[in-house]
Ligand binder design. Structure first.
Ligand SMILES: Nc1ncnc2c1ncn2[C@@H]1O[C@H](COP(=O)(O)OP(=O)(O)O)[C@@H](O)[C@H]1O
Ligand SMILES: [Mg+2]
Length: 351
């Protein structure tokens, strides 16, 4: 599969008038399996199953923006071609609907036999196996309660004959073992920077975005392998800046710049409590940065600093606590004091 070159991105064939107002994450959602940059191994394996005519139930898991939804949609399009609409049911488990509604929809869909007995109007290689089953895609399944999952298990069993399920989630651990054991599991990993860069450059060209090269690097750094985040940042910057430079990427995303993190880290190690506290407050206020983002970005300098290992361990465990408390809606103000205090204790320990 071609991954990195901009040349690989001749698609999608988009009708400009209908796509101009679309969010770029939808406009540039890969149409075919070839459009996906990465996850080749997973795609190859699933294609083999399809060729052999026996697609198992699938469980896709992994971080957001790695192509889970796009992969199954592209795969279903290749399997079913024009019959996609008749043969595929897409449900989002995090919609505000109970399992009963979902069960009802699944029952209605699954119990009507497939009109096209043999892989429908299938295109390409995938027509070989007798894919005479329908497909139900259950996205964001980790938001389902245990009770709903237990009900789903029975539904899967009941309709196994003519329906294949593809269950998608971020956290496999939130899916019950009973569903795990009925599915073939695929873990989607974050995209690497080269893969993202190829796709990003293609979109920049398509949309005639004026962007500096260090701004592209900044987007890659911030997005950490999440392609949805890449596209959202690019579109956000494009709408607010004529030319996107390094600083605009950080200001649009509200992320601390690497140079700010460096200065904050120095201050945490060397300055008096109140001086450091005031300095970080000022940076937070000036750039509208959340404390949680500062903490996440402090990990790298902490792990590579010259403090004794016991102090580094102490710092990391305390930071994890502070991050946890922030996630549970403790105030930034109190946790900022806790952060500065933690560093003071660590430096004292090291002396
Ligand atoms: N592997 C990929 N190749 C190309 N684009 C991708 C890939 N993964 C994600 N994207 C882009 O990110 C957006 C979100 O992808 P999606 O498949 O919904 O991710 P997930 O379901 O894993 O959260 C898509 O619209 C697409 O534009
Ligand atoms: Mg998804």
């Amino acid at each position: 599969m071609e991954n990195d070159s901009t040349e690989a991105w001749k698609k999608p064939e988009l009708n400009k008038t209908t796509t101009d107002n679309l969010m770029w994450i939808e406009k540039y959602r890969p149409e075919t399996l070839k459009d996906l940059v990465s996850q080749d191994q997973i795609i190859q394996t699933i294609k083999k199953y399809v060729d052999l005519g026996g697609l198992p139930h699938l469980l896709f898991y992994g971080p957001p923006g790695t192509g889970k939804t796009s992969t199954i949609l592209a795969l279903a399009r290749e399997i079913y071609g024009k019959s996609f609409r008749n043969m595929v049911l897409e449900l989002n488990a995090s919609d505000d609907r109970g399992i009963d509604v979902v069960r009802e929809q699944i029952r209605n869909f699954a119990s009507t036999s497939s009109v096209f007995g043999f892989g429908a109007a299938v295109s390409g290689d995938m027509s070989k196996g007798g894919n005479n089953y329908k497909m139900i895609i259950l996205d964001e399944a980790d938001s389902m309660t245990q009770a709903a999952q237990a009900a789903l298990r029975r539904v899967i069993e009941k309709y196994t004959k003519n329906v294949r399920f593809c269950i998608i989630c971020n956290y496999a651990s939130k899916i019950t073992p009973a569903i795990h054991s009925r599915c073939t599991k695929f873990r989607f990993k974050p995209l690497n920077q080269d893969q993202i860069r190829g796709r990003l450059n293609y979109i920049i060209k398509q949309e005639s975005v004026s962007i500096d090269s260090d701004a592209v690097d900044a987007i890659l750094d911030i997005s950490k392998g999440d392609m949805r985040r890449v596209l959202n940042i690019l579109q956000g910057c494009y709408l607010s800046h004529e030319t996107i430079d390094f600083d605009s990427v950080y200001s649009v995303t509200g992320q601390p710049r690497p140079s700010d993190i460096k200065l904050i880290f120095q201050s945490l190690l060397n300055d008096e409590f109140s001086v450091c506290h005031d300095y970080i407050s000022k940076v937070k206020f000036t750039y509208g940065i959340a404390l949680a983002d500062i903490i996440t970005n402090l990990l790298t300098p902490i792990l590579s600093c010259s403090l004794p290992p016991s102090c580094i361990t102490y710092l990391v465990s305390q930071l994890a606590e502070i991050e946890y408390r922030l996630a549970n809606s403790s105030s930034d103000e109190i946790q900022l004091s806790a952060l500065v205090g933690t560093f003071k204790i660590a430096v004292e320990k090291a002396a």
